[in-house]
Ligand binder design. Structure first.
Ligand code: SF4
Length: 123
């Protein structure tokens, strides 16, 4: 069992690699006021795309050196979108969402916290 109040993809990945049951405290990240929260963009694993609140796909473009995969919207769709000002400030009307290559390991640690075994460790 591993308990921490900090969560990061490398820590979660390291736990998964070592078969350690990790529990990490929940932390709600602040969304910038007036902007759509990241959870409103759904990741579709089978197609490896994010789907925005308007039903448009953000497709994979590149992975940066820190292991974050970048998913980008189609600027032509975004330009006329009624949610544009709540979605992105990008000058080219393109929304980008990042997802770490070890995001699934992080998700598992989150699920551990909600399990019977994990719930006793977090106040
Ligand atoms: S601006 Fe683009 S990515 Fe954002 S909600 Fe509208 S269509 Fe979707």
């Amino acid at each position: 069992m591993f308990w921490s109040q900090f969560t990061s993809p490398p820590i979660c990945h390291g736990l998964a690699q070592r078969n350690i049951f990790g529990v990490i405290a929940h932390r709600r990240y602040q969304t910038r006021k007036g902007f759509l929260a990241k959870w409103k963009y759904k990741y579709e694993g089978e197609c490896d795309v994010y789907v925005c609140p308007q039903g448009e796909e953000l497709r994979y473009g590149t992975t940066d050196r820190d292991g974050y995969r970048h998913y980008k919207s189609d600027p032509q769709q975004c330009e006329t979108c009624p949610l544009l000002t709540q979605c992105t400030q990008n000058q080219n009307h393109q929304k980008t969402i990042t997802r770490h290559v070890w995001e699934e390991d992080k998700k598992q640690v989150r699920l551990n916290r909600l399990s019977n075994e994990g719930s006793g460790f977090i106040a």
